[in-house]
Design a protein around this ligand. Structure first.
Ligand code: 4FD
Length: 224
């Protein structure tokens, strides 16, 4: 899979390459391309924002640099093009799974008060929001989408972890423990040390169901 990210702040994406995702990129499992929109501005000072027509606070990102950057990155519109915005449809784990069907994702990050509406109307396939809050730019949302989708790409993380986790069919995940078996006087639940895998599975399913019913009755598995 290829993910192209269009932004005015390419340096914001450096941490993305530091961890699990960086390793996947280096192993050739995933191709992440960061494009600086400013490189496509055709005016003398590479200006990319301007005052809103009709007045009002803030600045709006100009259509020309974004349009040129999109056309260069995806000349034949093969990519699924996403604009990160508080007005978008809310991102979920299911949504991330669906996005995996695309060979190429293009993520457009807006800044200021957003981008000229004509860019969205002409070039964007889908608007996505990562939640009901406003940020200074679409970069963090783009990283969230990128990370969440990338985890599902073959070989990015080890097999078992994907199947058992929260937001699958199973509701919220059961609590995890590691050594030592007693920490600050608090012992690990005995069943986990029993070596009886049927009992352990049963305990984990119960914990999972209890937690989901308490905290997230809206989720699947909330009353299992
Ligand atoms: N909730 C999100 C996305 C972007 C963003 C922006 C219009 C502001 C939050 C378009 C206004 C983009 C989100 C940039 N804040 N800020 O996913």
């Amino acid at each position: 899979m290829k993910i192209t990210i269009l932004t005015l702040f390419p340096e914001m994406f450096t941490p993305l390459f530091g961890s699990v995702i960086g390793r996947a990129v280096n192993a050739g499992k995933l191709n992440i391309e960061i494009v600086n929109i400013r490189d496509y501005a055709e005016n003398k000072h590479a200006k990319c924002d301007d005052y809103p027509f009709g007045g009002g606070a803030g600045m709006v990102m100009m259509p020309q640099p974004i349009g040129a950057a999109i056309k260069a990155a995806d000349p034949e519109h093969r990519a699924h093009r996403i604009y990160l915005s508080p007005k978008g449809k809310t991102f979920t784990q299911d949504k991330a799974f669906g996005l995996l069907q695309s060979e190429h994702l293009l993520l457009l990050c807006g800044h200021y008060e957003g981008v000229d509406q004509r860019v969205i109307d002409l070039y964007i396939d889908e608007e996505i929001s990562i939640g009901d809050y406003v940020l200074t730019g679409g970069e963090l949302p783009a990283m969230v989408v990128c990370d969440c989708v990338a985890r599902y790409v073959d070989g990015v993380i080890s097999g078992g972890s994907l199947a058992e986790e929260t937001f699958g069919e199973n509701g919220l995940e059961y609590p995890q423990y590691t050594r030592p078996s007693v920490y600050e006087g608090v012992a690990v639940p005995e069943v986990l040390l029993s070596g009886n895998h049927a009992d352990i599975d049963k305990w984990r399913r119960e914990q999972s169901a209890k937690l989901t019913a308490q905290r997230r009755p809206d989720l699947k598995g909330g009353n299992k």
